[in-house]
Design a protein around this ligand. Structure first.
Ligand code: FAD
Length: 506
């Protein structure tokens, strides 16, 4: 049998997606398996605002074999224990979506069920008090998990905030050391094989033509290969997630960076705050049907902790996904594959899972249709479940103070989400579906945080008396408070392990 292995991979685009893909392929395939090349255009530039992650990124870091302290240091990174949502359910109401579980199962029944029982008994209970990451985040504390007996300190899970430009540079160094070749240049044309529809080559403005066996489109929103050349088609989700713009502006730090992302709901969307060691990232994600760019910029500038460090930059997007993520010998990763707003910091994760899925279905030059179909099926499933989770934040609100929130609250939602909400409203039950990203904990945090109240609690919880249920649940709260109190301050942890070198202007 002739060797049908992929001999060359061309990655078009060198933003976060391009360099994450290049780094992972160079690590797994090594350069003697196939040649890996990245084409990027400094003139076009990259989006560069993706700076908050979720805990799955540690899987990616392990795949690359990164030294985590070095990675945090080089990217001016901080640690992240969850996302704080301010004014989402109602003005004045705040909750945290933590990374890691609430309490522990009692008699084999999830802690969520016991907490709901206690609440129905009238116990004033702030759900955040039952999550170590939530309490630690609130108190500005951080440490990595430790095996400290059967305590929540062993289950701590965390992610990172980092400077997107430094992250791309860091991964570029990593990939280039492993043989990836970078070409500065602008792709101006794509040559297709007339019969098969496969991509044969791309042409640069310099006149150079680059051929490859496998093309990976990391060209950002424009989808240079997957859309412009291969006409994948786009499924538009703006009717469910109506924000279509963001205005981003970095600011000076005021005080020590906190170990969580903050998302504050505003009249026509929401504002993010991402604390880094050397600055804070901010932006307002909004619906252009409800707010002008100028109003959005003024709002974000009026709500910064510190002085702005640059002019506000407007980014436009259309929420949705490519109908096909992989066509023939080309697949799209990153913004070229589609976009969902950064409300739950899922885009970098979707890059990572796209890469992982590509590696598990890595083709040879036969490009088996069944493999491609499975890739597209699995991506579609993952994207749609995340989409539902995001919609929940907008839809399950009592806010009625602006046309934007009135529309979100009253819109029709996907049936898949409708079913989930009905199940939760019944007895507070949640089941993670198949390989979906968000766990029962995440859904529970947002259901409760957004004020969705079940009609009753799980009847199995009546296996324990009200008094015994209360005792067991409250015990969890006190263990968590003790553990959080024993954790170092977030910034002390960074100073000790991974502080970035001071730069002028810091
Ligand atoms: P880009 O950054 O756009 O890179 C595209 C690359 O393609 C560039 O190198 C460009 O030069 C190159 N290119 C394009 N056309 C050509 C051409 N003709 N020839 C050669 N090269 C070309 N994600 C998160 O996970 N967390 C967040 O907190 C988060 N926040 C976000 C906030 C906003 C407002 C937005 C819009 C996105 C956010 N994201 C976030 C998403 C995240 O920024 C992206 O997933 C990530 O940056 C990947 O982008 P990319 O590499 O696909 O595209």
């Amino acid at each position: 049998m002739s060797d049908m292995r992929i001999r060359s991979v061309l990655i078009v685009g060198g933003g976060t997606a391009g360099w994450m893909t290049a780094a992972a392929l160079s690590q797994v395939l090594q350069n003697d398996y196939c040649a890996i090349r990245v084409v990027e255009s400094e003139e076009i530039g990259s989006v560069g605002v993706g700076e908050a992650t979720i805990p799955m990124i540690s899987v990616f870091n392990r795949l690359l074999g990164l030294d985590e302290n070095d990675f945090v240091r080089q990217t001016q990174g901080t640690f992240k224990l969850g996302i704080q949502f301010v004014d989402w359910a109602a003005l004045g109401r705040t909750y945290l979506h933590p990374f890691g579980p609430f309490g522990t199962d009692i008699k084999g029944v999830s802690f969520h069920a016991w907490w709901l029982k206690l609440r129905s008994l009238g116990e004033p209970a702030d759900l955040d008090d039952y999550s170590l990451p939530a309490v630690a985040a609130r108190n500005g504390r951080f440490m990595r998990p430790v095996q400290a007996g059967n305590t929540p300190l062993a289950t701590l899970s965390y992610a990172f905030h980092f400077d997107a430009a430094l992250y791309a540079r860091y991964l570029r160094n990593y990939a280039e050391k492993r043989g990836v070749v970078r070409t500065e240049g602008k792709v101006v044309d794509v040559q297709l094989d007339g019969e098969s529809g496969f991509i044969k080559s791309v042409q640069l403005a310099s006149g150079e033509r680059i051929e490859a066996d496998l093309f990976i489109d990391c060209s950002g929103f424009r989808g240079l290969l997957i859309e412009q050349a291969l006409k994948s088609g786009y499924e538009n989700w703006t009717h469910w997630l109506p924000c279509d713009r963001a205005v981003a502006v970095p600011s000076e730090n005021v005080g020590e960076p906190v170990p969580y992302t903050r998302s504050t709901a505003r009249s026509a969307g929401w504002q993010w705050r991402i604390p880094l060691q050397h600055r804070t990232g901010n932006g307002y994600v909004y619906s252009s049907n409800h707010l002008s760019d100028d109003e959005a910029a003024q709002t974000v500038l009026a709500n910064l902790d510190g002085r702005p460090l640059a002019e506000p930059r407007v980014l436009k997007f259309v929420t949705g996904r490519r109908k096909r993520f992989w066509i023939n010998n080309c697949l799209a990763i990153g913004l070229a594959a589609g976009f969902m707003e950064p409300l739950e910091s899922t885009s970098i994760h979707l890059i990572q899972s796209g890469i992982a899925r590509l590696l598990s279905l890595f083709p040879d030059r036969h490009f088996e249709p069944a493999d491609i179909e499975e890739y597209n099926r699995a991506c579609t499933f993952e994207w749609e479940r995340i989409r539902d989770f995001l919609i929940l934040h907008y839809h399950a609100t009592t806010r009625d103070d602006s046309p934007f929130w009135n529309e979100c609250r009253t819109m029709s939602i996907p049936e898949s989400l409708q079913q989930r909400m009905e199940l939760f409203r019944s007895r507070g039950r949640i089941f993670r579906q198949d390989t979906e990203l968000f766990t029962e904990t995440s859904w529970f945090a947002v259901f409760v945080g957004q004020g969705v109240v079940p009609r009753g609690y799980d009847p199995v919880c009546d296996a324990l008396s009200a008094e015994e249920s209360r005792r067991r649940v409250l015990q969890v709260r006190s263990v968590i408070a003790n553990c959080a109190g024993a954790m170092p301050r977030h910034m002390d942890f960074i100073r000790q392990h991974c502080a970035a070198a001071l730069r002028s202007g810091n």
